[in-house]
Design a protein around this ligand. Sequence first.
Ligand code: ARG
Length: 436
Amino acid sequence: MNKSLKKDTILKLLSSMSSEKEIRKYLERFSSDDYRFAVIKVGGAVIQSDLENLVSSLAFLNEVGLRPIIIHGGGPKLSEELNKRKIEFSFLNGQRVTTNEVLDVAYEIFSGENTKIVSALKDQEVEAIPVIGDIFLCNIDNEKLGFVGNIKEINSKKIKDIISSGGIPVIAPIGNIGSNQYVNINGDKATLALAKEIVPDKVIFLSEIGGVFDSNEKLISNINIKDDYKTLMEQEWLHSGMKLKLEQIKLLLDCLPSNSSVSITKPLHLNRELFTDAGYGTLVKSGHQIDKLKSLDSDQKNTVVSILESSFKGTLNNKYFKNDDKEFYLSKCNRASIVTTSFKNITYMDKFAVISSARGEGLGNAMWNKMTSEHKKIFWRSRANNAINSFYKEVCDGFQKSNGWSIFWIGIDSLDELIECINYAVKQPATISYEK
Ligand code: ARG
């Protein structure tokens, strides 16, 4: 079948499932993001038993100009091979203990599985590029696990380069320590790390079963982490493997923009899942989650410092955390924070920061709403030339300019109180310094 005929056939097939308008909407949405379209995890079992559907779904994406990042597993095949060769192996907390001997077989098997996908894609004229090693820089996860990598850094440039030259990277779950030592990495963990690095529109898990099923074996079409997660995790009928996966998906969504989503589906339904509203699989979405903290542990402190310093482009005074009446709002994704103190039982918003890559996603609004829902009287100051002032002017009850500052407030009715607050705000020492 020639190329454009193939495209027409598939579009027609999809159109029989929903309107062409709907399909075009998704085509447009996914096309806007070059390398950020999708990270697709191909489960090891899929390579063994569903390669044909996988390849035709991916060939269609390629046909319409969408280049996902493929990462695959290989666990089932590896176990099979180790058994065949009578090499003993075990698991520790769901991770394969990887001796030198296991590692050699793992490398061989994962490369082999990688080649299967790559050559099947090439047969369909898809420019698939194998990526085996040299992309996940690791350290040893845990001595007891042997050669299992914990990802420290990802060479995302290599992936982006492949995509921008029109290729589709097919990545094996193999990492490196230094230049000569390979390590085994858990495919789902690698997917998570990769998705955090790439921040794709979609993360897709392709498996044999193709979704989350309820107690009646009915496919659960939508899961909203905020509303459904807790109840779902309490269900006896949800098997432990799926719980583990959902747990990981939740962790991932906590780190991605709120419009990102994760789909679990099977190769045959991939395009229906992507290009129709109803989809065919399980769609998992998050919503912003924001924690309020009375004190910070050292990791949280570092996070808040880096959010503040990157959004204000300065250096935070090292005594900043000395004052202990501070309260912190911290987004689960570690990309926004509000710090408050209080003055005469009135809340003083000392910092409000959203890192630049997270702006425009409604995260700032969600932070703001959470803070204002918990405090009725609030005042804060901002430099007169700060771009956020137009937002502040919209949400405040009033503001006053003084000494190069604008002082804003909400819920403060008494004039005496207000004057005290304004004076207090103006007098606060600077806590961020800027290089001259
Ligand atoms: N096509 C849309 C997407 O990929 C919606 C998918 C809906 N899927 C579902 N299982 N409810 O984001």
